[in-house]
Write a protein that binds this ligand. Structure first.
Ligand SMILES: NC(=O)c1ccc[n+]([C@@H]2O[C@H](COP(=O)([O-])OP(=O)(O)OC[C@H]3O[C@@H](n4cnc5c(N)ncnc54)[C@H](O)[C@@H]3O)[C@@H](O)[C@H]2O)c1
Length: 290
């Protein structure tokens, strides 16, 4: 019979593996649908989430709600991550306040909801490759890739200097497979006007996997681990016809709940994943294995 002391030691070991006590975790797009979920699991594990998001999304309010609910030190910054000076200012404020930055989750992205697009009846459906506006291309890459690069450069360098840290890039199942454009089809709309998942989504998410591998090897000897997570789609009241089509393509037969990535996020941000770097953890209900 394992004695009580051994069991207690094992329990403490599990707590230590997944615990984030005292760790400061920057989450870009932290006030969005999934960003707040990432912040909540970090708070539950004892960490201090720092939510960066655009002012209109009110990251300070989101952080206040988390601080109150979990009795932790949560902070929100109205910060555009595409601006180097803004990101550096956040770093300086965090170092002045906490003296450390332990975790960065590159989660911000532009997420156009083409499944609900109603412009399919217009003669110039914006999402189609032939019409895709250059400004949207530039803006999507600026947020999804340049923002992730700038935050990695600024916060990751700080971690490398201290010799410890974790960066987690939020990619997508569409970093692994091409979008199935049949999912976005609308009844009665001519072929050349059918909405599609924008090209930028695939480019940004696949680019993040490249950034993950680059940074993982670049900082491997500096104690900074860098991984990606590729989540499948989250249920968020999408149109019924879209859901019916998508669910047939997912072995588990449904989209994810918004809190279903929290286990994987905690694993990747904590010491539980200490021997993992440069990897992409696919959490997609099995979609990409079909
Ligand atoms: N929701 C899904 O089904 C799903 C599936 C796979 C991957 N993802 C990825 O997960 C991440 C979060 O998605 P979500 O569903 O929470 O989307 P969301 O739109 O709710 O969150 C994204 C957040 O990024 C913020 N943001 C945009 N530009 C910014 C900038 N310049 N500076 C700072 N913040 C900025 C937005 O304001 C928003 O709050 C995204 O990278 C998304 O691509 C989502």
């Amino acid at each position: 019979m394992a004695d009580k002391l051994e069991v207690t030691e094992e329990v403490n070991r599990v707590r230590a593996l997944f615990g984030l006590t005292g760790r400061v975790a920057v989450i870009t797009g932290g006030a969005g649908l999934l960003g707040t979920k990432h912040a909540e699991i970090i708070a539950t594990a004892g960490g201090s989430p720092v939510l960066l998001d655009l002012p209109q999304v009110k990251p300070r309010l989101a952080a206040e709600a988390i601080a109150k609910k979990y009795s932790v030190d949560a902070t929100g910054f109205a910060a555009d991550i595409t601006q180097l000076a803004v990101v550096e200012k956040v770093r300086d404020q965090l170092l002045a306040r906490f003296g450390r930055i332990d975790i960065l989750i590159n989660n911000a992205a532009n997420n156009p909801k083409v499944e609900a697009e109603s412009s399919g009846s217009s003669s110039k459906t914006w999402s189609r490759l032939e019409n895709f506006p250059l400004d949207i291309w530039n803006d999507d890459l600026r947020v999804g890739l340049t923002g992730a690069f700038l935050c990695s450069r600024v916060f990751g360098s700080e971690m490398a200097k201290r010799g410890k840290g974790v960066i987690l890039n939020v990619a997508s199942d569409l970093a692994v497979i091409a979008p199935d454009q049949r999912l976005y089809r609308q009844e009665g709309v001519p072929e050349d006007q059918q909405p599609v998942k924008p090209v930028t989504y695939s480019v940004v998410k696949t680019g993040l996997l490249g950034l993950t591998r680059y940074l993982a090897t670049y900082w491997a000897t500096s104690g900074v681990r860098v991984n990606a997570i590729s989540p499948g789609g989250v249920f968020n009241n999408q149109p019924k016809a879209f859901l019916a089509e998508l669910e047939q393509r997912i072995p588990l037969g449904r989209m994810a709940h918004a809190d279903e990535y929290q286990g994987a996020i905690l694993f990747l941000c904590s010491d539980a994943s200490s021997y993992m770097t440069g990897a992409n953890l696919v959490v997609d209900g099995g979609r990409t294995c079909w």
